[in-house]
Design a protein around this ligand. Structure first.
Ligand code: MG
Length: 110
């Protein structure tokens, strides 16, 4: 399995010579998020069975997010690791504050 750094490197190598402008990258990201939202809507709103496309759309979102990261020189691996560290400190409080409510909502909505 590749690390996130390796995935970002592979993405950068793949995009060499066909990099989009930064604005195109953010627009492409929102396009892909919209396509993922459509898949979720089919399942959650229209009662359709889970489809293989949801995984493909998740991959599209990651791909386009990596394009944004590359265009701004951001290491997603480093930023994600820092974010996880930040969130880890909040988890105990969130479990106490929101855990029961979220468990009930999952039973109701999922
Ligand atoms: Mg897509």
């Amino acid at each position: 399995m590749k690390t996130l750094s390796e995935i970002q490197q592979q993405h950068g190598d793949l995009q060499k010579g066909i990099e989009h402008p930064r604005l195109g990258n953010i627009l492409g990201f929102f396009e892909e998020v919209g396509e993922l939202a459509k898949e979720v809507m089919e399942i959650e709103t229209y009662g359709q069975p889970k489809r293989a496309n949801i995984g493909k759309e998740c991959a599209d979102v990651l791909f386009s997010l990596l394009s944004i990261c590359d265009s701004y020189g951001v290491s997603l691996s480093d930023e994600y690791s820092a974010k996880v560290k930040e969130i880890e400190g909040m988890i105990p409080e969130w479990k106490v504050k929101y855990g029961k409510t979220l468990e009930e909502l999952r039973k109701k909505l999922d």
